[in-house]
Write a protein that binds this ligand. Sequence first.
Ligand SMILES: Nc1nc2c(c(=O)[nH]1)N[C@H]1C(S)=C(S)[C@@H](COP(=O)(O)O)O[C@H]1N2
Ligand SMILES: [Mo]
Length: 223
Amino acid sequence: MLPKGQFDIGRMPRFGLLAYKNRFPSRLDSIELKIGGKVENPYTIGSQLGTLIRREQTSDFHCVTTWSATNLNWQGIPFRDFYEQLVVPVARPDKGVKFVNIKCQDGYHSCLLLEDMLRENVMIADQLNGSPLSIANGAPVRLVAPDHYGYKNAKHISEINFHREEIRPKSALNRFLVHPRGRVDLEERGVGLPGWLLRYLYRPLISSTSRQFQNALERHLAK
Ligand SMILES: Nc1nc2c(c(=O)[nH]1)N[C@H]1C(S)=C(S)[C@@H](COP(=O)(O)O)O[C@H]1N2
Ligand SMILES: [Mo]
């Protein structure tokens, strides 16, 4: 059964805020994750990722605009292991950090509660359904947080920063769209309007947004 207000779109489209449709990652074959924010020792994680035990997980993905993609098989590293083994001992986050702000190669960013990031099913994924992540779906690495709406599932991750306070989006529109937690089962789609109402505002935008993202990718790949 899908969560309230969601329908199965039957595939994993390239999707997001239209402002990002023409932005693409520039570094695809090597992984560099800058760890920063309120930490004693900021540093960049690359090959160390290979020292963590990989995991596979099948989960559904829920975009705030009401489409869901089901039965996605992700492979990568559990975020909790990444945090406990590569972040805490080396970067040494301040005691009071509560939020994680993820920055992406396309300029996108998303902020989650550290507590939510440490849930058992949150991953830094590099494979979807047996293949390396495509540009469409977040190459080279993305966040997979199935209990949180798609907009928290940052693609093309480049930086992971730890903070005491939430980093709110800069534009007024995005501040309205983004819920601090974005939990799917509580229908935390946005702030200011109830989740069930946002369903009706978002749903009509899906087909045009997905088409525009796909066309932009095809133009980019043809270059
Ligand atoms: N870097 C980056 N991450 C992003 C986005 C984006 O535009 N850029 N869009 C978000 C939104 S709104 C959704 S629904 C999902 C879509 O993931 P998909 O394109 O793999 O379907 O990515 C999220 N993560
Ligand atoms: Mo989304």
